[in-house]
Ligand binder design. Sequence first.
Ligand SMILES: Nc1ncnc2c1ncn2[C@@H]1O[C@H](COP(=O)(O)OP(=O)(O)OP(=O)(O)O)[C@@H](O)[C@H]1O
Ligand SMILES: [Mg+2]
Length: 303
Amino acid sequence: MSSLIEQAAQRLEQLRQAGVDMPATQTLATPSITAKNPDIGTPEGQPAPLSRRVEIDLDALATAGIVSPNAPRSEIADQFRVIKRPLIQNAMGKGASIIVNGNLIMITSALPGEGKSFNAINLALSIATELDNTVMLVDADVARPSVMRVLGLPSGPGLLDLVLDESKDMSSMLLKTNIEKLTILPSGTPHARATELLASDAMIRLLDDMAKRYADRIIVFDSPPLLLTTEARVLASHMGQIVVVVQAERTLQSEVRQALATIEACPVKLMLLNQAKAVFMGQYGYGRGYGQGYGYGHEQPQA
Ligand SMILES: Nc1ncnc2c1ncn2[C@@H]1O[C@H](COP(=O)(O)OP(=O)(O)OP(=O)(O)O)[C@@H](O)[C@H]1O
Ligand SMILES: [Mg+2]
């Protein structure tokens, strides 16, 4: 167990030595967890219920190794208690300085598959289940949405529908959940130019509207990776805080550096080292054993 944590710390040290800018780094001593069934949900594409209220299976979340109100003392819950603290402080204006749009938090990575959705969902659930804060989880990875599937919920209209038709009201697209402080904005109706829409003027207006209208909420965006498309960078330029998930033992230092360079202008950038290991089991199926050592590179805004 401890070796994973040491590896995470060593990896962060390597990145620092390679010139990746991480002034104050905190390495979180976390045990590894095993995700028994990471993808617990239903297929995408089914219409959402008219009530705009959805029921998340809290036991299934806990079984899948995701933060759940039904398992408040789980390892993953403990890990995210630490991870969320600086983000909440910055969002609520309690950090070193006031951050414009500090309540808009983007979870991204250099490349696909590094654990963006896993960490975005856990962060949102962690904030929603334990503190006074209300949280909105937005699936902004519109080309590869997965929030609804992972949470076991049917997909339906959402972000893309709002961007395409600005006369639609955002509140009518929000899904209330059985976790009182959590609402979800799904990615919405699939669109051929989904990623391009993320960088549209309509999207930027929507973000500004969100930041103002829901100023008392923390809004967590599961987002596309930074190095694949330029649109993710446009989205990033409107966020108050960005968490860059780095998959340990996979992402190259040069890729991390390149990704951080694309979000230079963001006031708060945090790096989350996500130690996920895939184990190939056979031709027709595969199981994954995940070790999770978290390291947190934390960059504070200039006061
Ligand atoms: N720390 C972790 N512990 C356990 N499982 C993890 C962890 N990080 C990621 N995973 C699992 O690894 C897989 C890939 O992660 P995830 O879908 O979050 O990545 P992503 O960056 O969102 O990918 P994409 O770019 O395709 O959207 C998922 O099955 C997820 O549950
Ligand atoms: Mg994802």
